[in-house]
Design a binder for this molecule. Structure first.
Ligand code: SAH
Length: 513
């Protein structure tokens, strides 16, 4: 039986992957690759769910509960699931916070895999205790202040009978002491060290949720660090750093210094659009709160659209006015076994850089992009760029787009076919939680990237809720701001560049004023 399992070819494979300290893009390239191959992802609470964006859409996801205390019961269960899934022939990614081999009980999982004859690879990750240096400016080593670092588990309090920690040695340690899992025992750790001889004035720092938009840093002398954390309601996961470096230069904390850091920003596009916006907000240190107001409904099965596809070659210009339009167009085309050659000699125009970038993803370079990203400017500037008299133009866009662009092009003498690729329908959500958050003042911004998302949002959230709270409103451009006005909402900022990044720039500008 043992023999057989060793040689079995149907066995799967396990990647033990370090998810990194939190922020999704801090996983390694190898880790992301492994996720992309996975049939099944097993992850615990510390690994950021946003990492699933690297996995296949149909991937099987197994949540395993966080361990409590030292009981090995849950660990046994995890081992069992690992072996079970791999034995079924699956490629399994076991995603573990930070580095899989730092306080991660990797050996127990590896023993189980070895016993079962399952092959594996271990992908390292950035461990939380090291990320505090880069993301909170709490250095671990310093040429003058610290030449040695110790990583300690904080789950074994001093005075405990069976401890693997040499507290006498630690108290005398001339360097940096880093505790993982130390928040619960912080008081006894601090007093234990001081009792054994550490100077009560030794600098200490506690960094919670390192690399997340919710990161918090508390600094105090060792004698007061517990009290300070209690007062500031610091919760795990957190890293405790003790030593001269913990009192280091606060200006190294670039992460929480970002203009959007700590700002909670509601995004109101469709689900995919919100994911895109959320990624951009996180990249600037902000905290996105997605509330999908729309659902994009493709119209690429309509006879009108399908007929248009067979006749693209007759147009001089084909115009896209949104990334959604581009993606749905190409998905439909690929479904028919076609590629970008379908455009033939036609020129392609995009309303802005976002749409142009989406076209580029499908191998098409836009022949024209206006420098102000509205339908009106697209029409006007295209007129200046080329003579439209008698030209055939195809608009591939949303069914509910305004007619202004059509009118401008027709006035310039063009023959315009306006073929809808999709429409947006209002997505109903339960807004009660959001309304409560807005009322309680925990939200900083609500953002609108189109008139229809403004409609969708205010169908569900009363305008009064927004107007009577401290939440600020950001709009992507004049058309959206105008719609907001009609809905009784005054936009605090309207982006000058009508892209999501333009919208976030406008918010940053307000925040740093
Ligand atoms: N393998 C993980 C550690 C797991 S032990 C790693 O390499 O990072 C769990 C402890 O890790 C937590 O109690 C906390 O001390 C620390 N930790 C993990 N993620 C953290 C984060 N984002 N911020 C602060 N501490 C974190």
């Amino acid at each position: 039986m043992g023999e057989k399992s060793k040689t079995s070819r149907t066995k799967g494979f396990v990647y033990l992957v370090g998810a990194g300290p939190g922020k999704a893009d801090l996983i390694t390239v190898r880790g992301a690759e492994a996720l992309g191959k996975a049939d099944c992802v097993i992850y615990d609470k510390l690994a950021n769910p946003a990492l699933l964006k690297f996995a296949r859409k149909d991937v099987e996801i197994v949540h395993v509960p966080k361990r409590i205390g030292k009981g090995s019961c849950t660990q046994d269960e995890i081992n069992k699931v690992l072996v079970e899934k791999a034995s079924a022939g699956k490629i399994v990614v076991r995603l573990k916070g930070g580095d899989p081999c730092v306080f991660g009980r990797a050996s127990e999982e590896l023993v189980a895999l070895t016993k079962a004859g399952i092959r594996f690879e271990i992908v390292p990750g950035v461990t939380a205790g090291v990320a505090v240096a880069s993301y909170a400016g709490v250095m671990l080593t310093d040429k003058d202040a610290s030449s040695q670092v110790a990583f300690i588990t904080g789950q074994e309090a001093p005075g405990k009978e069976e401890t693997g920690i040499d507290w006498d040695l630690l108290a005398q340690f001339n360097g940096t002491v880093v505790f993982y899992m130390g928040i619960g025992n912080l008081e006894s750790i601090a007093t234990g060290l001081i009792d054994k001889g550490t100077d009560a004035a030794t600098p200490a720092a506690v960094i919670a949720n390192v690399t997340f938009p919710t990161q918090r840093v508390v600094r105090a002398p060792l004698a007061r660090i517990h009290q300070e954390c209690k007062q500031q309601k610091i919760k795990p996961p957190a890293i405790v750093v003790i030593g001269a470096v913990a009192g280091g230069d606060m200006r190294f904390d670039w992460f929480t210094d970002q203009p959007l850091f700590g700002k909670t920003i509601i995004v109101t596009r469709d689900t995919a659009g919100n994911a895109d916006s959320a990624g951009r907000i996180i990249a600037r240190g902000g905290n996105p709160l997605p509330f999908a107001t729309l659902r994009i409904k493709p119209l690429t099965n309509s006879n009108e659209f399908l007929r248009t596809l067979t006749r693209l070659g007759r147009y001089e210009w084909i115009i896209f006015t949104s990334g959604n339009g581009v993606t749905l167009f190409f998905e439909a085309m690929e479904g028919l076994g076609k590629d970008a050659r379908i455009f033939g000699p036609a020129n392609v125009a995009a309303i802005g850089t976002g749409t142009a970038n989406r076209l580029a993803q499908f191998g098409v370079r836009a022949d024209f992009v206006p420098d102000v990203f509205t339908g009106r400017e697209l029409g006007k500037q295209l007129m200046g760029f080329t003579n439209l008299q008698g030209k055939r133009i195809l608009l591939l866009r949303s069914k509910i787009a305004s007619n202004e662009l059509v009118e401008i092009l027709e006035d310039a003498g063009a023959q315009v076919d306006n073929v809808p690729v999709y429409t947006a329908v209002t997505e109903k959500r339960d807004p009660s939680r959001l309304v409560k958050d807005i009322r309680e003042g925990t939200i900083d911004w609500v953002t609108f990237a189109s008139p229809s998302s403004a409609d969708g949002f205010f169908e569900q959230v009363p305008a009064e809720t927004v107007n009577s709270s401290r939440v600020k409103v950001a709009s992507i451009g004049p058309v959206t701001s105008e719609r907001l006005k009609q809905l009784g909402i005054r936009a605090d900022v309207t982006a000058k560049q009508h892209t999501i990044d333009g919208l976030l720039n406008a918010i940053e500008h307000m925040e740093t004023r």
